[in-house]
Structures are given as C-alpha cells and as structure tokens.
Ligand binder design. Structure first.
Ligand code: UD1
Length: 417
C-alpha cells in the first residue's frame, strides 16, 4: 500500500468542491435493492467504500452501470443471491444495510458481521431489535447474521441508543412491512433525511425523518427513482479545519451550510472567521484559535467524526481544551500517534485534555481509522518537516481525491510507493 508524504508549513488558499456524502451514499446504494425498477443515483462520492458496495451488488447478481464518475444506474430486477461475501463486507461498516434492504425485498439475507473503523465496541443490537420487532428471525452463527421473515409487520420501536445505522436499517425494512412502523428516539442526521427522501421518491411513505420520531406506512411495492446525494458535511468540515489550522483562506463549495452549524459554531467560538453563503462558505484562519471545550453528540450535536480533526486544531489554540467523546467509547486511538508528532494530550476515560500552542513535528504515523487519517494529514500540514502516513486505505475509504483537492489549495502532499 502506498503512503502519504506531506511537507508541513504551508497556508491553504483557494476553493474546494465537496463530494457527495459517504454516509448517505453507502445507504442509498443498498436501498436501491428494495425495487425491481431502475434507479439512478447522482453525486456519489468516488471513494473506496462505494466501489466495494458496487462490487457487492455485482456479486449479488444486480446490474450496475456507471453513467459517469459519480452517477450510477442500478437495475435490481433480478437478485441472484442474498448472501454477501465476507471478503467485501469486512471492508466497510455500512454493509449492514443489506440486512434491512434484502429483508424488505426478498425476506432473507445472510450478512457477515460488518467491518469498518475500529472505534471500540460497535454492537448492532439495536438493528437486530428493530428487525425482530418487524417480525424477522435473526440468528448470528459463525460470524454470519442470518435474517429471515415470511412477512414483515409494522411495529412501534423505541431505540435504546440513538443510532444512525439502526434508524436507517429499520427504515429500509419497514417501508415494505404491512401497516405502520414508528421509530422513536431515532437518529436525526441529515443522511437519514436523504435516505428517507430517496425512499419516498421510490414510493415509500416516510414522515418525520430528521426528527426523533419517524413514522412509516408500509407499501406493497416501490418503483424506480432518480436521486442526488447530499454533500458530505464531514468532508466539508475536514477542509474547514485544514483551513483554520494552516491560517489559510479557503472557500468550500457545493455544501449545505445548515448541516455544518455545529462545526461553524465551534470555529467561531475559537475566534475563527467563517463567512456563510447559500451553498458555500469561507474559512479565514486569520487568528490564533482560542481553546474551547467540545462534547461530541448525535446530530445536531458536534459530530464524533470531527473529533480527531478538531483535536489537531486545538493543539494550536491559546490555552488547554477539553474534548469529551460521548458517542464511541474507543475513539481516542489517534492520540498516541498525535503525541508522536509532539502533541501534548492527556486521555482519561472519555475525556481528552489538549494543550495548545504546541509546535508539531513531522513523523511517520499510521492512519488508525478514516477520520484519524485525515486528522494526521492536517497535523502534517502544520508540522515542521516531513510526515509520512501509512495504512492510508482507511483515508481512501471516505475521501475523494484528497491529495488532489489539498494540492490545489497549495498543500505539499503526495502519494509515495
Ligand atoms: C454512523 C456513521 C459513522 C458515525 C456514526 C455516529 C455510517 C456508515 N457511519 O456509524 O461515520 O461516526 O454514525 O455519527 O453512517 N450502538 C449500539 N447498538 C447498535 C447501534 C449502535 O449500542 O445497535 C451504539 C454505538 O456503539 C455507538 C452509538 O450507538 O456508541 C452510535 O452508533 P451509530 O450511530 O449506530 O453509528 P454507526 O451507524 O455505526
């Protein structure tokens, strides 16, 4: 696997266009299996997770054609298999959406326990609880989740934890269930609204997506649809942090600024200028950021996916900051690597205390997960000397053309063998 080589000390400037949202795209692709009619998906990000999902579709016997780099035609009129292969499923978390989608369409699915970033324990008990409530039988044997249902019947489901994956998975099955389903304590992320909009365009009856109560009236059949995936708020947030950390001036385009409210608010609290337009914003890292305290929470709270990224910025702040990770208990694996670059961070349980005003120095580091990998890139941009990042397959899972986009902003970053 190649590595990323970064020379620090540049100030980012220019304009960057944001790709489609990974966490929405990885759900709408399996969702397309719910109909026998053709589906057209636009604005898919050109990332490894999407390529793997398309490989899974092809393995299942589903026809897929790329109309261009970001538009995919899916024809699931025939699905030959309902068992997804371990070698592909282990590569990404979102393969769990094949459970809900195949169950809704064919009443059966055999999906290996999914992979994805190692953020500590990532149970899927709420997905299973939801599918069982809808009448499915779920058995986990030898690393395989076997889901079966002769008939799905709408149910009232209260999620014990706010889960993006469980909310979407239950929606996928419930749109084809008989009668009404209510999901309470549902996750409210914009990606959930996007998936619901896609399903409704296919003829589903989903109301309340984006609030914590989602009501679904099942339908007998879904039709074809054309859907354009929303912009990736975490990719946008990544470039916002990169601009702020390098003292740069970056316009971030093709976004929905509202989805970035929690990130914009924190950057402004740090004293960084963020100018917001209709579908773009500009970050001016014109000042030393002030230390702030950050607590991650489900949307509309500060996103856990931005935690490692903002931590790098806070190593440059005036004073010490406290970060509390409330979503994933094991999401501080990046801290040891940042310390190797000179960061002064103390972790106690779910809390990290980050000292500011630290000159980072370039070092070899290993991308411990997708967002951590991007955080090390930003650390490399502000460090003295050279940083070499290994295990970059994590980064390529979720960032489209990250080297090209950063290079166009003036970064010195390249892939080396
Ligand atoms: C999704 C995102 C991920 C993001 C996360 C939180 C995708 C593909 N990934 O992950 O980028 O970091 O949301 O915004 O969309 N939990 C349970 N039982 C379950 C399900 C979840 O206890 O059945 C717990 C998890 O361990 C975690 C919390 O609930 O502590 C939130 O997880 P969840 O929202 O489900 O995250 P993912 O859907 O895996």
């Amino acid at each position: 696997m190649p590595r990323l080589h970064i020379i620090g000390g540049c100030r980012l400037a220019g304009t960057v266009k944001i790709s489609g949202a990974k966490n929405s795209a990885v759900a709408v692709i399996p969702a397309a299996l719910l109909t026998a009619a053709p589906v057209r998906l636009e604005n898919l990000p050109n990332i490894h997770d999407i390529q793997v999902l398309v490989e899974i579709l092809r393995f299942l016997g589903v026809k897929t054609v790329w109309e261009n780099a970001t538009t995919l035609l899916i024809d699931a009129s025939k699905i030959e298999k309902t068992q997804a292969p371990y070698e592909l499923v282990k590569k990404l978390r979102a393969s769990y959406y094949f459970m809900g989608a195949l169950l809704g369409r064919l009443g059966e699915a055999d999906i290996p326990v999914p992979g994805g970033c190692d953020l500590g324990p990532r149970p899927i008990d709420q997905h299973i609880k939801g599918l069982v409530s809808l009448g499915a039988q779920v058995d986990v044997e030898h690393g395989l989740i076997k889901v079966r249902a002769d008939k799905l019947v709408g149910a009232h489901i209260y999620l014990d934890v706010v889960s993006v994956g469980a909310t979407i998975n239950i929606m996928l099955a419930a749109v084809r269930a008989e009668g009404k389903t209510v999901i309470e304590n549902a996750a409210k992320e914009p990606e959930i609204v996007d998936v619901a909009n896609f399903l409704n365009a296919m003829g589903a009856k989903i109301r309340g997506a984006g609030t914590d109560v989602i009501r679904i009236t099942g339908v007998k059949e879904l039709g074809g649809a054309n859907h354009c995936v929303i912009p990736d708020r975490i990719e946008a947030g990544t470039y916002m942090i990169a601009a702020a950390a390098t003292g740069g001036d970056v316009a971030i385009e093709d976004i929905i600024p509202k989805h970035l409210d929690p990130i914009i608010a924190k950057l402004r609290e740090m004293g960084i200028t963020v100018e917001v337009g209709d579908d773009r914003l500009r970050v001016l890292g014109n000042t030393t950021p002030q230390a702030v305290d950050i607590k991650t929470f489900p949307y509309p709270g500060f996103p856990t996916d931005m935690q490692s990224l903002v931590m790098v910025l806070l190593t440059q702040a005036q004073g010490s900051s406290i970060i509390t990770e409330n979503v994933f208990e094991g999401r501080f694996k990046h801290v040891d690597e940042l310390k190797r670059m000179g960061a002064r961070i103390k972790v106690e349980g779910r809390t990290a205390i980050v000292d500011g005003r630290t000159q980072l120095s370039g070092a070899p580091v290993r991308a411990t997960d997708l967002r951590a990998g991007a955080a090390f890139i930003i650390a490399g941009l502000i460090a003295n000397g050279e940083t070499i990042i290994s295990d970059i397959h994590h980064i390529y899972r979720g960032y489209e053309n990250i080297c090209g986009k950063l290079t166009s902003l003036g970064a010195k970053i390249k892939e080396v063998p």
